[in-house]
Ligand binder design. Sequence first.
Ligand code: NOJ
Length: 869
Amino acid sequence: MYSLLFYSLLSAAAGVAIDKRTDVPAGYVAAPYYPAPHGGWVSDWSESYRKASLLVQNMTLAEKTNLTAGTGIFMGRCVGNTGSALRVGIPQLCLQDGPLGVRNTDHNTAFPAGITVGATWDKTLMRARGVAIGEEFRGKGINVHLGPSVGPLGRKPRGGRNWEGFGADPVLQAFGGALTVEGVQSVGVIATIKHLIANEQEQYRMYSLVQPGISSNLDDRTLHELYLWPFAEGVRSGVGSVMIAYNAVNGSACSQNSYLINNILKDELGFQGFVMSDWLAQVSGVSSTLAGLDMSMPGDIHTVPLATGSSYWMYEYSRSILNGSIPVDRLNDAVTRILASYLKLGQDRNYPRPNFDSNTQDAEGPLYPGALISPSGIVNEFVDVQANHAKTAKEVARDAITLLKNVNNSLPLSKNASLKIFGTDAEKTSDGINSCADQGCNKGTLGMGWGSGSARYPYLNSPIDGFKTRGANYTFYNTDSFPSNSNPAATDTAVVFVNADAGENYITVDGNPGDRTNANLNLWHNGDKLIKDVAAKYSNVVVVVHTVGQVLLEEWIDLPSVQAVLFAHLPGQEAGDSLMEVLYGDVSPSGHLPYTIPTSESNYPESVGLRGFEIGQPQDTFTEGLYIDYRHFNKAGIKPRYAFGHGLSYTTFSFSSPTITPVTKLTAVPPTRPAKGSTPSYPTTIPPASEAYWPDNFDRIWRYLYSWLDKTDADNAAKDASSSTKYPYPAGYSNVQKAGPAAGGAQGGNPALFDTAYDISVTITNTGSRSGKAVAQLYLQYPTGIAFDTPIIQLRDFAKTDELAAGKTQTVKMRLTRKDMSVWDVVKQNWIVPNVSGDYGVWIGESSDKLGWRCGTAAAKCASATSPV
Ligand code: NOJ
């Protein structure tokens, strides 16, 4: 867990508030957009808003502000704890990490990480894992799940947290995120898509007193076509909350960036839930409120030494309403958004209260560990929420395993193969599977990265456990240096386990402060040398890689004795048996790469490297635009080691009889959006000061953040409301609700964007001799001669078959929406089909570099063709 000391040090570094944007290169703007749009105008949410606004009408000022912020860091059982409004039946809300399972608890499942889920390319498993995660959060009494992560998108191969999300492509990321949201919310837990937006590296992400957070400078088209795409799909799935990133976008801190929150998220994407800050990402009071932030987490001010307990909101929010700085409707909208999500997910009906404590593993302990003196009580009830989720976890881990190379049918292993196993990654560390807080070390089998996106293992089924269970004939050398005593025999198969780790910035592991600054894209623990040494002595070598993302394989991949290479990604607790099922051929591997593997780091444009220290605000300008990962490799004509989407099987598949059927006739500009539905009407008159007075005889806890004010303070604030000095509102401020941009109209945007333009199908036959699952990948190529520069191909949909026995056939269906066929026109501020009658190439195949069929939209016909890249 984070320590109070860490946060205090971070915030104690003295300095001044920073508001200039002079370092941002010309042309990157975050134009003001006010006011914050009222929520409730989407029909799906009307009933929840009706009920929520009835509650809000009956709440006092301090009850309302109490729900908009946390009670302070480490001031409750969960990583985030809002205040309550018990008089109207609303308890404190518990917010807890993270994307792969409940963080900092026990009797939970440590699911495979997002990147592993992406590698399955399996929509059914994506959703099933979401349901299982939701059930565990609900079982622990958590109201708000702090996941899934769909940003970072994976622009920077060295970025520390790419592994929490689903892969370096907006569409893969979008399916992973949206299906997780649907799964989690199907059991009544509010999901949170994070981190909005462009949080592509860990270092320099946070605002401190000495330095503003890094500014991600990106143009409007890149924002829409890449980074926003998965957020749009999450909103379309009805996600209840969105977490704002630490960094700035185009010079304006995301947490108070009205362009992002008010314009893009709440108006264009029609987001109806609530917007929370990342932890200590809020850097102002009134400005962030006006810019559309609805909830401050964990409630404290980032720059004041945290030990004192102070907030931009809570009591200050109450004061800013009383003195007229914040329009009353802004607070009412924020609280209504929070309560509407709570009610929409049915949390007013028998929802469990938290029964665990993120801060301690003891049964009893302080209720407010961040306080100097805290009452104690039972904090951990050790509720087992695992049910049969290990099964789903194992299926995901197994179906993600990606076979990159397999010569001479080296895999699958025969039952009696004589194995020599090398590498500490094959077995659990003897220090204990949870010996490093938040998995902030790389010892033994790597099942997940480190940071808030980690969970404790209930157990870790390691590869060695798996070999044991199989009764394999093996000798294990638990070392990362090649041992001199392994006695290679010609009949041996050597299996080498290697890994590469990364994580969140508050922990540094082996010189890597989250991002892989020290490890580069190399294997850790001298993995390359171990593989080469083993390959020098054994003629049949299988390499298994547990990794957060891209690693360089060049030093050994072409060695003749390296016969097979598997990426098992980050499998979570089920590392062992899932791998055995693939190694021994119970199933064929069916994972595919969720990113490209380069031959050298110089394959990438300089702009996707990590940004280093700069005086003032570090600037990270996305000059590569749309060209990240395979979009870049294809444009630059660089042949990677393994292409995006690559993945072999023990069997072979043929794709045949593709069809393309026009469904909705496209127009250059989408049909006009529907008008916003009605929203609750909120009072504009300032409530009486008495609504913020402390209750009588209230027993205060030191450092706890409360929403009440001393009577004198409240009365003075109320007097200030009639003063002639007015709060200096930001440029462009207005309090007149807008109709909303043309590209909006429903959750995710104009509903017409999601009309199906074409249905596509393809028949897949297992032409080999073993059973297996195939993945059909659909990439779109824009017609030639259009006015927009577009990547050669872009993933738009995919489908995985069921397990197909040898000789069996299945027809899978995919689709292209209007949005899929559009580009974001920055001048028209809309999704435009660049040439309605043009011949789009709809490419279908097994990976981005193996696309054997082209369906053309002009003639609505398909034919076999040579892969465009
Ligand atoms: C900071 C991380 O960026 C975020 O993902 C996480 O949910 C919060 N801390 C809470 O732990």
